[in-house]
Design a protein around this ligand. Structure first.
Ligand code: ADP
Length: 166
């Protein structure tokens, strides 16, 4: 199933009413992007859960941007490892839309730590494909406020006004 076209996305927004949609930032981390079948399985999870794909971007993250993004974890024992990993290869960024996009995407990802993900949410993305607590396949914004900031970091030309305009 192909992602919706721009016209299809606009039609979907019109049907639901723009104010009903929430945006979130999803990242597919280097461990998952490196495996085409895992990347495709995650993409299918997005589509089959009625998350609208608003934008995508494939990139290799600059180390400094990565450090900035994960600033809240600076000083934690895994911070350096996380930064090195996230800047180590291609990642994919998505802006996803749904009436409950932040929580829905986080539920699809599953818990942060892989051991826990495998036990409490074995069918989640992390439960299925996570390798370690750091190499855990995906990122998702943890609130609407974070989503706004994180979307701006990856898609500086994106304006929510495109989607929420009267
Ligand atoms: P989440 O990505 O689920 O929102 P956090 O914001 O707490 O989780 O952590 C950001 C990322 O840092 C995680 O996705 C994971 O890659 C890494 N991380 C978090 N906790 C640990 C840990 N205890 N050991 C190793 N890496 C961790």
């Amino acid at each position: 199933m192909a992602p919706l076209s721009a016209a299809g996305r606009m039609a979907a927004l019109g049907r639901g009413g723009p104010s009903l949609l929430q945006l979130t930032l999803a990242l597919i981390k280097p461990d998952a992007v490196a495996h085409p079948l895992i990347l495709e399985a995650i993409h299918q999870q997005i589509l089959s859960n009625q998350l609208l794909i608003v934008r995508t971007r494939d990139l290799v993250w600059r180390r400094e941007d990565c450090q900035q993004f994960y600033q809240e974890h600076a000083g934690r024992f895994f911070y350096q490892r996380l930064v090195e990993f996230m800047a180590s290869g291609p990642i994919r960024a998505y802006i996803l839309a749904h009436k409950d996009a932040v929580q829905l995407w986080r539920t699809l990802m599953g818990p942060t730590r892989v051991f826990r993900a495998r036990h409490v949410a074995p069918d989640s993305i992390r439960g299925s494909f996570g390798l370690t607590d750091t190499r855990n396949t995906t990122h998702g914004s943890d609130s609407v406020v974070s989503a706004r900031r994180e979307i701006a970091a990856f898609f500086p030309d994106f304006s929510e006004r495109h989607w929420y305009a009267e």
